[in-house]
Design a protein around this ligand. Sequence first.
Ligand code: GRF
Length: 201
Amino acid sequence: MTRERVAVLLSGRGSNLVALAEACARGEVPAEIVLVVSNRPGAPGLDRARERGIPIAAIPGKGVPKEEHERLVAEAIEEAQARWVCLAGYMRLLSPTFVAHFPQRIVNIHPALLPSFPGLDAQRQAWAYGVKVSGCTVHLVDSGCDSGPVVLQRTVPVLDDDTPETLAARILEQEHIAYPAALRMLLTRTWRLEGRRVIFD
Ligand code: GRF
């Protein structure tokens, strides 16, 4: 099976990058992470990439016009000949122009059951709302905030004695399963969009 070339975009810790890279290395996902891009030059996720010998590009976003920043990011991805883009804690909204560059080939993971609790601090939002079940969502990316079609979701219980932190840790464990599983499905199965619904044959 040919391995798809994937770029990962991140801004922080990089635990989902590690989960994806390890699943690729184990042969569970027929992909190779050929580039990690961060808008934050000090992101620990860049160290996770370096440790694994994955090429990195730090492309600071601060003080740079959005259009210019995205052009540089898209160029880096194209130079690396990556066809798919996985967002893993990437703290910037992508413009319609950027999204159109990689049609239906940009994926994101969000730490809540969308469409509930989009945006920042989703685990705390869910905890504060008092839901009894939360989880994570892998979705295709459009130019909205966490609004693209859902590929896969995994759930966790919310316990009475949870704090936002214990809930986030329980969700993160599921993220590390969900992201590789969703990418594997997208790369190995035939699928189509029916309205918002991602249908796998
Ligand atoms: C994860 O909770 C992910 O769902 C969200 O940002 C966080 C990134 O964590 N989009 P990490 O950098 O992958 O550890």
